[in-house]
Ligand binder design. Structure first.
Ligand SMILES: [Zn+2]
Ligand SMILES: [Zn+2]
Length: 338
């Protein structure tokens, strides 16, 4: 089968690989839609501590079961989607209701969906693999992974209804935040970004937009009645943006550091904002199996702007063109049709 392999940082090639064979409890899926994601682009650029090269890229997918391992409760031909990780269900974190922190969840993960076929580990089959309703397109279903992480992020925040929310960044994750925050009754969603086409997508959902090419502080004050945003969501992963976020929050507000920062990154924030102004800093990481079920339910109800998120499709062969367009911010997400 053909697959897009990252052989070393910056080097992606279409390769012929052996067909995956499902072990006990596993299934092999014939991929119908595999989405691009910022995580893949980061992996191509600088590698990942948990993913040794060479590696098949991609983790967001929807496809049909092609082969079934012993005991896996699925049938050939069923259309399925899953989350990425396989929490064990038995450790301290899993039993404590935090399976997103299960220390072995990513040892049993779905990696390698930019390929004709991908193997779904037994733990993923057991925890999050589910059948896709007929009415849901494969591109929409493949949004399960990013949507579930955004749901986890929202669960860390107070109820947004009636509040002013500032979203830092305008990419696909930011767009999922915008869509869900507005659905949940946020008073105002203000999105700060640099890419005019992406900002226009947010505006089409009802968000206000401001330019991150200019100083954010004064623009946020104007749009928040001089108080600052009651909720600030950081989606860019840029250290300087994360450092500025607390200064944009209202007294008593909350900052969600959604995007990952490098392991050794340190934040310099004004301590008085945290102490005197009671600004809370929160993080969120990955998602739980429960979040994936909520995500599939939301997608099935057709309440997410799939057309604004998946902006084009491509064969695996055209990957250099796709990666080029993504790096220039000319696409939100591209669906590979392997
Ligand atoms: Zn992703
Ligand atoms: Zn566990």
């Amino acid at each position: 089968m053909r697959a897009l392999v990252c052989e070393r940082p910056g080097h992606v090639a279409l390769r012929e690989l052996p067909e995956p064979v499902p072990g006990p409890g596993e299934v092999v899926v014939r991929v119908e839609s595999a989405l691009t994601c910022g995580t893949d682009l980061k992996l191509i650029r600088r590698g990942h501590p948990k993913v040794p090269f060479p590696t098949v890229l991609g983790h967001e997918y929807c496809g049909r079961v092609a082969r079934v391992g012993e005991g896996a409760p699925f049938a050939v031909g069923e259309r399925v989607v899953s989350g990425v990780s396989g929490p064990c269900g038995a450790c301290h974190d899993c039993r404590g209701g935090r399976p997103n922190h299960c220390p072995t969840a990513f040892d049993h993960a779905v990696w390698g969906t930019w390929a004709e076929e991908t193997r779904i580990p037994a733990r993923v089959v057991a925890s999050t693999l589910c059948r896709v309703p007929d009415a849901l397109s494969s591109d929409a279903a493949a949004l399960l992974d990013p949507l579930a992480s955004v749901l986890r992020g929202l669960s860390r925040l107070p109820d947004p209804s009636g509040r002013t929310v500032l979203v830092l960044g305008s990419g696909p994750i930011a767009l999922l935040f915008t869509a869900l925050l507005l659905r949940r009754g946020a008073g105002r969603v203000v999105v700060a970004g640099r890419n005019a086409a992406r900002l226009a997508a947010h505006a089409s959902l009802g968000a206000e937009t401001i330019s991150a090419r200019e100083s954010l502080g004064p623009q946020v004050l104007v749009r928040s009645g001089a108080r600052g945003a009651e909720i600030v969501v950081e989606t860019t992963g840029a250290l300087e943006v994360a450092e500025e976020a607390p200064s944009l929050a209202a007294r008593g507000g909350m900052v969600l550091l959604f995007a990952g920062l490098a392991r050794e990154a340190r934040l310099a924030v004004l301590a008085h904002r945290v102490h005197y102004d009671e600004v809370t800093l929160a993080g969120s990481f990955h998602y739980t199996p429960e979040d994936t079920r909520t995500a599939l339910d939301l997608l099935s109800r057709g309440e997410l702007p799939v057309g604004l998120l998946v902006t084009s499709e491509s064969s695996l062969e055209k990957h250099p063109f796709v990666l080029e367009r993504l790096s220039r911010g000319e696409e939100m997400k591209v669906a590979f049709r392997p």
